[in-house]
Design a protein around this ligand. Structure first.
Ligand code: UDX
Length: 436
């Protein structure tokens, strides 16, 4: 099938590349000419494991192309809308990009089209888009809600091995089109759930909100764990082994960041307010998450109490919002650095993938050096702060760590909990979360 993808961000480009791998002819459109030029030269505008290789092979097989032309895109059989829906100043999703896409499709469409909403949009957007085209065009537009559940850093794996595919649609035509698009997944017996568009739209918010709720729940329990002398990793094993709970998304730490959870939680809170739904759980989830960074920073302040921190330096590992990505949007590491940089003499910051984006996000911080090797200048620093659960941070070289002037590690993702005892025998003070 000839498919157009509107928006070449994390969702659009991964979806386009994967759909081309499923055998479809893909045309990716973006209004950003620079991005399209880069893509035509085989360069992805962001890092995602396996994406460059997939784009290169699909380009070689003539299965994927890039354009800025809606005239071309509206010649496709189906159009996936994958543009960003960032939160506006009131916490609601900003649909201005979506509206620009609708207007461009309307101006250029010369035949009936299937429109597939993959962007995360408020409940009711499918109906809005349906009415938009009904009122403004004599052509027939089928509008389907197909939310994504891709995690940055594992997006291709998540797309090609979906736990489920959610299709909010009405009528046999829409169903047929989607069955042709996802024929491979149907053949491989992946779960496809057909539902009302409103249910599909709400499923997306409910999924992300529940995952964020698990994170805030374990983070709240980590405070109690600190207070009573328990070990939150043991508690996690204790509850996660219950199949009704499951152990995923129960890693206590700095809390959740990224371009999705914070935005989607805010959107759900605003939806609850709009429909006067009281006693919001997700409002508390958001408050707990916002507090988690302060809770962790308080541990650093407590350790340095009585010292002149303007004469101290820190080594910081992990700048992205999670491992295996260069994305620093709503990164807890960035927030932590902005908070503590003014109180210290200098910070040395390391992230194998995200240093460039982090330096842009931290442009106003003048006492920070981005290092290319994680132990560089370690002897000049007083303590190490770990902000992401990157694999490369899980087995620190203790000979190097012993060079820290205060031999202290603040582990914002509890990735060294199994080495606490060994660190202690080396005279290294270890501070995790929920790890007394
Ligand atoms: C999330 C959802 O997982 C995905 O389904 C949706 O489509 C997009 O949003 P993503 O934001 O890419 O994906 O990353 P995710 O792996 O979910 O992590 C989000 C944040 O939660 C990260 O900051 C991570 O460090 C944090 N996290 C995750 C925890 O603090 N504890 C955990 O146990 C898991």
């Amino acid at each position: 099938m000839n498919i157009a993808i509107i928006g070449t961000g994390y969702v659009g480009l991964v979806s386009g590349a994967c759909l081309s791998k499923l055998g479809h002819n893909i045309l990716c459109l973006d209004i950003n000419k620079k991005v399209i030029q880069k893509l035509k030269k085989g360069r992805a505008p962001f890092y995602e494991p396996g994406l460059s290789e997939l784009l290169a092979s699909s380009t070689q097989q003539d299965k994927i192309h890039f354009t800025t032309s809606y005239k071309l895109a509206t010649k496709s059989d189906a159009i996936f809308i994958c543009v960003d829906t960032p939160q506006d100043k009131n916490g609601n999703p900003d649909l201005s990009s979506l509206n620009e896409v609708l207007a461009s499709i309307l101006r250029n469409a010369k035949k009936d089209l299937t429109i597939i909403l993959k962007s995360t949009v408020p409940v009711g957007t499918n109906e809005y888009v349906n009415n938009y085209f009904k009122l403004k065009s004599d052509l027939s537009f089928a509008v389907i809600s197909n939310p994504e559940f891709l995690r940055e850093g594992s997006a291709i794996k998540d797309f090609m091995n979906p736990d489920r595919i959610i299709l909010g649609l009405e009528g046999p035509r829409s169903k047929r089109v989607m069955q042709e698009i996802y024929a491979t997944f149907i053949d491989q017996k992946y779960k496809i759930f057909y539902m009302k568009p409103e249910s599909a739209e709400l499923t997306k918010y409910a999924a992300n909100s529940f995952l964020a709720t698990k994170i805030s729940f374990i983070n709240k329990i980590s405070h109690l764990s600190d207070a009573v002398g328990a070990d939150i990793e043991e508690v996690k094993r204790g509850i996660g082994s219950d199949l009704r709970i499951g152990s995923s998304f129960l890693d206590a730490g700095l809390g959740y960041g990224g371009s999705c959870f914070p935005k989607d939680i805010k959107a759900l809170i605003e939806m609850e307010k709009k429909f006067n739904i009281k006693h919001s759980i997700v409002s508390t989830v958001e408050k707990v998450n916002d507090n988690q960074l302060e809770y962790f920073i308080a541990k650093i302040h407590h350790f340095f109490k009585g010292q002149d921190t303007t004469k101290c330096a820190l080594l910081i590992w992990g700048l992205a919002f999670k491992p295996n990505t260069d994305d620093v949007r709503d990164s807890l590491a960035i927030k932590l650095i902005k908070n503590i940089a003014p109180q210290f003499q200098h910070l040395y910051a390391y992230d194998a993938l995200a240093s460039k984006n982090a330096s842009l996000a931290l442009a106003e911080i003048d006492n920070i050096t981005f290092i290319k090797k994680k132990y560089k200048n370690i002897a000049r620093t007083h303590a190490l702060i770990i902000c992401t659960e990157s694999q490369e941070f899980t087995r620190p070289n203790l000979c190097e760590v012993n060079k820290l002037k205060h031999q202290a590690i603040f582990d914002g993702r509890n990735i060294l909990t199994k080495q606490k005892k060994k660190l202690k025998t080396q005279g290294i003070s270890y501070f995790g979360i929920g790890q007394s």
